[in-house]
Ligand binder design. Sequence first.
Ligand SMILES: [Zn+2]
Length: 278
Amino acid sequence: MMIRFLLFILSLYSFNGHSTELQLKIAYPAPSVAQQKVVKTWINQSWQATQAVLGDLPQAKLPINIKMQAASDSPVPWGQVNRAINTANPFDEVDLHVSPLANLASLSADWTLYHELSHLYTPYFDYASFWLSEGFASYMQNIIMLRAGIYDKRQFIVKLQAGLDRGHRQAIAQQTKLSEISADMWQQNAFQRVHWTGAAFFVEVDYHLHQKGLSLAKVMKRYNACCKVAKTSGFEWVNSLTQMTNDTIFVDKYLQYKDSIAFPIKAKPKVVKLAQML
Ligand SMILES: [Zn+2]
């Protein structure tokens, strides 16, 4: 079925000499012209905020597909990435459902788009490593929102710690290896465990990197500039980051986390220490 949509070509920001063309597609029935403007501004600002942290994406075009959804409690009730390797699309794309009642402030304060855009900076992983991709996006959404001034440091700490607490509670209830439950996240309704144990991994890694004057964002900028692949295993990925940084933190923590049953509670106090370094 052909879906009719409005197409807008948005910003062409360039950080390292090349840039990704942002293609905003709003499905019919289209919202009012005023709401279209709100959506355009939101997408543009969120993309700028993401690029300011993570740099250029190694893809020529980035389609963002918007569908207005009947009034919802959430400004962005749904978001997902469609990977080119799993579809007939030439590029990775982002699908979003947006409430027609949402204003710019409520859209900007919603984490969904920063989360989905962050996903684009990692490869598509094997199911057992989904905790890495969900953890990266769940952690990075908070970094982007902090850097963009949407969260202050106190809110950054509160949001991250609340997520880690939700993950911790679900881990206690489940008593399953992280790699196993990641591969079966939907069936087992293990979203909180998978997302926030993964985020704990990146809290620990980023804390370590900051102590050395590096950061996860800097490492990911370099990774995307030189070496990003469309699909790989979690293990291959952490190995490539280990080689790139000459630091075994990625592979060491990966081996510690992947088959863990207990939640990594040592990550929790690191959130406050990390926030002081950001
Ligand atoms: Zn996600």
